[in-house]
Design a protein around this ligand. Structure first.
Ligand SMILES: [Zn+2]
Length: 361
């Protein structure tokens, strides 16, 4: 998910934590529900404070996943808070069943620890009599009891085996001990989708957030299964096995009119742009169209070129590069070794390769 419209909250352990703009809906929903129930302002503020405390626990949950993943060589780019929960963005995930199991378990375990700590605190300093306590609204008296209950709820809910939720990941990791990861993922995905449909149907009657969670599970399961299939198809290749040596190149000083004219004659998604023999950037159809709109036909390529596309090495693993291209939406990347452009990788060609590999099996 793109998190451009997100507010940065800090960088604990070097991991960026952001809150997505749609979080406003959650706060608005809580205020509206509280108002409908005729609650007074101090109590509404208490509810909002509770949500902040709860999402602080969610951040700790995601940090549990993230730090465990990093320990096993994974790569975490950040954590985003959404109204339905947290999400750790991993560009590289540990794949050994045991490691994946521990990474998935670490999040819920954090909430178990939080619940136990609250329980100990309550037992020592604030003994509660559950029979006398009222739970109509969150108050100063029941705040910690409710927070403890919410953490237990997070644990139980996350352990539902609805891949890609934590429980589903634990299930997949357990299956992958006995079978291929791609097959384990397919089974976990199918079960996840059954749960998702159940969530959506139940949510329509109970709670709109359950509907959103169901949709997230449906899309997440599908997307992740696709990626695992791609990985299975590409795992035997490195970049040099499939790079396209017949690529089209243009110079920084050439015009966008030149590029537009040549575009229909080239096999790839765009051009490699050079200056004095050195790689400078990539010019795809999108940059050409935007450039023509802003600068006209006489506009120079150097004012429209995308210089953010980093070259890849010929010995890089093809799947890693493919995944990176998808994430960064780079449709064309140059393959460079010792300043020499050896060829390009085009995302459409890679998708064809995947189809062929899957057909062969
Ligand atoms: Zn989790």
């Amino acid at each position: 998910m793109k998190t451009r419209y997100a507010l940065s909250l800090g960088k604990p352990f070097g991991i960026k934590v952001k809150v997505h703009w749609t979080f406003i809906f959650l706060i608005a929903w809580i205020v509206i529900v509280s108002l409908n129930r005729g609650l007074e302002t101090p109590q509404i503020l208490m509810h909002v404070l509770f949500v902040f405390a709860l999402f602080f626990c969610v951040v700790l949950h995601e940090l549990g996943h993230s730090l465990t993943a990093i320990k096993f060589g994974g790569n975490v780019t950040g954590i985003t808070l959404l109204p339905i929960g947290g999400m750790a963005h991993m560009t590289k995930m540990p794949e050994k069943p045991k490691e994946e199991f521990l990474v998935s378990a670490a999040g819920p375990l954090v909430n178990v620890v939080i619940a136990i700590l609250i329980w100990i605190y309550l037992a020592l300093f604030q003994p509660v009599n559950l029979e006398e306590m009222k739970f109509v609204a969150i108050t100063r008296e029941n705040f910690l009891v409710m927070l403890m209950a919410a953490n237990i709820f997070i644990v139980v809910f996350n352990l539902i085996p609805a891949f890609p939720m934590d429980g589903g990941r634990l299930f997949r990791a357990a299956l992958s001990i006995k079978m291929k990861r791609v097959d384990a993922t397919r089974i976990a995905k199918d079960i996840g989708q059954i749960f998702a449909i159940f969530f959506i149907l139940a949510g329509l009657f109970i709670n709109p957030f359950l509907v959103i969670i169901g949709i997230f599970i449906l899309l997440g399961a599908k997307g992740e299964y696709e990626m695992i299939q791609y990985q299975d198809a590409l795992k035997q290749f490195s970049v040099e096995d499939v790079l396209n040596k017949n690529f089209a190149e243009l110079d920084m000083e050439d015009t966008l009119g030149d590029a537009a004219q040549k575009l229909i004659h080239i096999p790839d998604n765009g051009f490699v742009i050079k200056s004095e023999g050195k790689y400078k950037g990539i010019l795809t159809k999108n940059e050409i169209i935007n450039g023509l709109n802003n600068l006209g036909k006489e506009g120079k390529i150097k004012d429209a070129v995308n210089t953010d596309v980093e070259p890849v090495k010929p010995n890089a693993k093809l799947f890693d590069v493919f995944q990176d291209m998808n994430r960064k939406r780079n449709y064309l990347v140059p393959v460079i070794s010792k300043d020499e452009i050896l060829g390009v990788l085009d995302i459409d060609n890679l998708k064809e390769l995947i189809l062929i590999q899957r057909a062969i099996r």
